[in-house]
Design a protein around this ligand. Structure first.
Ligand SMILES: [Zn+2]
Length: 246
């Protein structure tokens, strides 16, 4: 057998040995092709093996483990990019075999989790840094998105006031059937380019359904008016009772 560089290799129990050096009395020493292995073969001038060390205990388990980990990692990564929203632990559970479990430990699983993250990150759109990028890109992105029910999103952008509203036809029509409206904003869970995610819920049978979403730059009267004017335009038959906590 020959290496990629066309050097002669000897294979013993599927472990590869390469010529290392000539020793005293012209004895040839052959060593492993990987550094961390101490195994060797020695031949005299007639090519007869006169000594060897074929112990691989220090690394054979490691090599087996890294092979098993790589195989699992590859199948898990493939599944993770196909199913972007599935939990990593669930994907790992579905792919791991009882044999893998005997060989791998929590360090290997953490490494595989990291690989899932890296594989998925390469599939996500880049994070936008400025509002101008946002306004230029969002209509295009929204056009490709739809809800679980297969419905398109409606988006309204007022880039002078920095207000972005989104909802769906079904959501907007649902306001008609509601007993009341509840409005609330969250400042902590909001994309970094904005300061507030303002959500308008419909109240039906004491259940609060989030129907209309707005990204606002602040919490001024103008911000709320812009958002609500758009809501009124698209959904003229709003309930007459409103709950607000500010
Ligand atoms: Zn070895």
């Amino acid at each position: 057998m020959y290496s990629e560089k066309l050097k002669e290799l000897r294979v013993i129990d599927s472990f590869k040995f390469r010529f290392h050096r000539i020793m005293k009395n012209e004895i040839q020493r052959w060593a492993r092709t990987i550094k961390r292995c101490n195994a060797f073969l020695k031949f005299d001038t007639r090519g007869v093996e006169i000594d060897n060390n074929l112990e691989h205990n220090n690394h054979a388990a490691d090599e087996k483990r890294s092979l098993v980990r790589q195989k699992l990692s590859n199948s898990v990564k493939r599944k993770a990019v196909e199913q972007l929203c599935e939990r990593p632990s669930k994907i790992i559970h579905s792919e791991i075999t009882p044999d893998d479990l005997n060989i791998l430990d929590s360090k290997d699983i953490n490494l595989i989790r990291k690989n899932i993250h890296t594989a998925r990150m390469s599939k996500y759109p880049i994070l936008l840094k400025t509002l101008l990028e946002f306004y230029a890109m969002v209509p295009d992105v929204v056009d490709k998105l739809h809800t679980n029910g297969g419905e398109k999103w409606i988006i309204h952008i007022d880039n002078n006031k920095g207000v972005v509203c989104f909802s769906t036809i079904k959501n907007l029509n649902f306001f008609k059937k509601c007993d009341a409206v509840l409005m609330d904003g969250t400042f902590s869970s909001c994309p970094s380019l904005f300061n507030q995610l303002f959500v308008v819920h419909g109240v039906k049978n004491n259940i609060y359904v989030p129907l209309f979403f707005c990204l606002l730059m602040g919490k001024s009267v103008t911000d709320y008016c812009t958002a609500l004017e758009f809501l009124k335009q698209r959904s003229p038959l709003l309930p007459t009772t409103f709950h607000i906590d500010f």
